[in-house]
Design a protein around this ligand. Structure first.
Ligand code: KG4
Ligand code: ZN
Length: 353
């Protein structure tokens, strides 16, 4: 048995055309990313203030083969060396999903390699397993925060995931994006708000901070593990309506808004981890690119637990990418969860199983 094997991952669920090849060390379980190519459509969708599905699908069709070519070139791996092809099968925009999915099916037929459908959220979770030397101990409580999801999950062992709570309305990333639209500062909102908030924070001293704009923290103290962000967005809108000079105070609003989101995410994660006696806490999804969230959750874990370990993917594996899909594929392959080709299909509203 060879010690190394290779997995190709393909991700086209929204507006990123992505492919990646990871190398798996079968002895140690170490997952090394050999190539992680992402063709982003942000510049195209910016002018519409959000993703236009029809435009996204057309771009995927144009980009998928050049992205795959670059992925193999960078990884210096031949198709015959692959042990499987993993592709996002849902949730996502159906017209976007199909372009990656049909490409993966075609390649699997030509190259005679197994194809494995991966749930996008599962992909985000498995981004935490990439290039880590430490073993993740279970049960793990996982906060997944993206443009479409805000979920708290429990992983009892590899492959066994249960949803503990989720947002009842907007996702955290959506809350960032909608606020940025309201403030007229561009798309996607997360990185823009985050930058303005961080710059503003540097200008603050502690005493002044408390006197700044106060926004609510919906469901902060609710006994469940659910979230709600639409009221926060409305509260911001009312604050802006009251303030004739809001355009001069945009960074202050970004700071107050981000603080509210992060306070809620951290409080709920820590509480849920205590209830479920977590041995580890993971953070994942596009919003986990947020440096303030990463560092504050890490500190909260350290302050609240003596033995619980905190995991967060490298920034490059937080927003949509295919390395996370390849990682999830490897774990699914190990669990021998490879349905026959006929049974694999896309599902735009796929639930986690
Ligand atoms: O996981 P992702 O790339 O796509 C989905 O699966 O939705 O997440 C995209 C979301 C967007 O809402 C974006 O605004 C947010 O992640 N995001 C951020 C940051 N970078 C991306 N949110 C907060 N801070 C960031 N630095
Ligand atoms: Zn995503």
């Amino acid at each position: 048995m060879k010690d190394k094997t290779y997995i190709l991952g393909i991700e086209t669920s929204c507006d990123e055309t992505a492919a990646s090849i990871i190398e798996v060390d079968k002895k140690t379980g170490f997952l090394k990313v050999l190539s992680n190519i992402i063709s982003s459509q942000i510049e195209i969708h910016k002018k519409y203030g959000g993703v236009v599905p029809e435009v996204a699908a057309r771009e995927h069709v144009l980009n998928i083969l050049p992205v795959l070519n670059e992925t193999f070139k960078k990884a210096k791996i031949k198709p015959e060396n692959l042990s499987a092809i993993g592709v996002t099968s849902g949730p996502g925009l159906i017209t976007s999903l199909i372009s990656g999915f049909e490409t993966a099916k075609t390649l699997s037929l030509i190259w005679k390699k197994p194809i494995i459908g991966i749930n996008h959220i599962e992909g985000h979770i498995y981004a935490n397993f990439i290039e880590i030397k430490e073993k993740i101990e279970f049960p793990s409580v996982i906060l997944t925060v993206s443009g479409g999801h805000t979920i708290l999950l429990k992983m009892s062992k590899n492959g066994s995931i249960k949803i503990l709570g989720e947002t009842r309305d907007d996702a955290a990333g959506e809350a960032y994006d909608k606020a940025a639209k309201m403030l007229g500062i561009g798309y996607p909102g997360g990185p823009i708000i985050s930058k303005l908030a961080n710059d503003y924070k540097k200008t603050l001293n502690i005493s002044k901070k408390t006197k700044e704009i106060l926004l609510p923290r919906p469901m902060l103290n609710s006994p469940d593990s659910d979230f709600s962000f639409s009221g926060l967005k409305t509260a911001l809108l009312y604050e802006l309506k009251k303030d004739k000079n809001w355009k001069k105070r945009i960074p202050a609003y970004c700071f107050a808004y981000q603080e509210a989101i992060i306070d809620i995410l951290i409080a709920k994660t820590i509480k849920t981890a205590k209830v479920h006696k977590a041995k580890s806490i993971m953070l994942s999804g596009g919003v986990s690119a947020n440096t303030e969230l990463r560092s504050r959750l890490e500190k909260a874990v350290f302050d609240n637990f003596s033995k619980v370990k905190f995991f967060v993917p490298k920034i490059s594996y937080t927003t949509d990418n295919a390395a996370m899909i390849a990682a999830a594929t490897w774990f699914k392959l190990m669990r021998k969860k490879c349905p026959s080709k006929r049974l694999i299909k896309t599902n735009p509203s796929a639930a986690l199983k």
